[in-house]
Design a protein around this ligand. Structure first.
Ligand code: ZN
Ligand code: ZN
Length: 301
């Protein structure tokens, strides 16, 4: 508890994150695990942006890593996936929320997946394993990509989501649950729990379009240590973007207050939102526990 309180103080003031990671990883080696590590590799929505005014928060599209006791969980493979260090000392899982380009286009650009000794289990709460394999077989064949990726890489193991869940249940304290999101074509959010910690990943979601879905999200986020929120738009922009499948920054603030989650990371930033604009919006958030995700940011919960 003392360790946790000290960490909370450091998090609030944005200091010593690297120091904490060393402490936590050392504890893990000794079988003590009180923390989850979340690393943002891509926080941009829709399309990557490589221009200077966008690089502080980062221009890569969506990819989030959660390092757990025995596993490395990756959520979506936008262009940020190219910068993920695929870990050799634990099983790697790659979960897809859905298959819009900004969530899949980075998959072939992390050289580590071409190493046959790196086994990556790919799964999704949205579709079954056959459909999942079909999506990627089609998306990365010579019409769109130089080689037939799925056929070439036997180390990518497309696996039914319920099989992943039962494997986790039988071998660890880690669990993952899918949750329906409101997004054109469908999308699955995820709730990850381990040793009493809970992280909710809600990308991509349009709040306000389906009351039952929203009520469910609010209910599961109650008391969550971290919610990752789709803040693509501002309230003023939502007027013309109904049905595009994204929420606003303001809805994120309201969601955090209503759900009583402990922290909320607003992500999936609009590709035309500059660092200066994001910084100004972030400075106006009402609490230190509400923040904008940035590329390479590491959070410990
Ligand atoms: Zn997206
Ligand atoms: Zn999408």
């Amino acid at each position: 508890m003392i360790l946790r309180s000290l960490y909370e103080i450091c998090f609030t003031y944005g200091i010593y994150t690297e120091f904490w990671l060393v402490i936590i990883r050392r504890q893990r080696k000794h079988g003590i695990n009180q923390f989850m590590e979340i690393i943002f590799h891509g926080v941009r929505g829709s399309t990557p942006t490589a221009h200077q005014p966008f690089l502080q928060y980062g221009g890569n599209t969506t990819c989030t890593e959660i390092r757990l006791d025995q596993f490395q969980f990756l959520f979506d493979a936008g262009t940020g996936f190219q910068n993920v260090e695929i870990l050799k000392d634990r099983q790697v899982y790659l979960f897809f929320s859905h298959f819009h380009y900004d969530h899949i286009q980075g998959l072939p650009f992390n050289g580590a997946i071409f190493d046959p000794s790196n086994s990556v289990i790919i799964s999704s709460g949205l579709v079954n394993a056959d459909d999942l394999k079909h999506v990627f077989t089609r998306a990365f064949q010579p019409m769109y990509f130089p080689i037939p990726l799925v056929e070439t890489l036997k180390n990518l193991r497309f696996t039914e989501f319920n099989k992943v869940q039962s494997n986790l249940q039988s071998s660890s304290n880690t669990a993952i649950e899918p949750i329906k999101l409101n997004h054109p074509g469908g999308a699955s959010g995820y709730i990850i729990t381990e040793n009493g910690k809970k992280v909710c990943c809600f990308l991509d979601h349009e709040f306000g379009g389906d009351n039952d879905v929203d009520a469910n999200l609010l209910s599961v986020a109650d008391g969550a240590d971290l919610v990752i929120w789709d803040g693509m738009f501002l309230e003023t922009e939502l007027v013309s973007k109904k049905g595009w499948g994204h929420s606003s920054v303001e809805q994120g603030v309201s969601f955090a207050e209503k759900s009583c989650c402990k922290k909320i990371a607003i992500a999936h930033h609009a590709p035309n939102r500059t660092d200066e604009q994001l910084k100004e919006l972030e400075n106006n958030l009402p609490s230190d526990n509400m923040f904008f995700a940035a590329e390479k940011m590491k959070i410990i919960v």
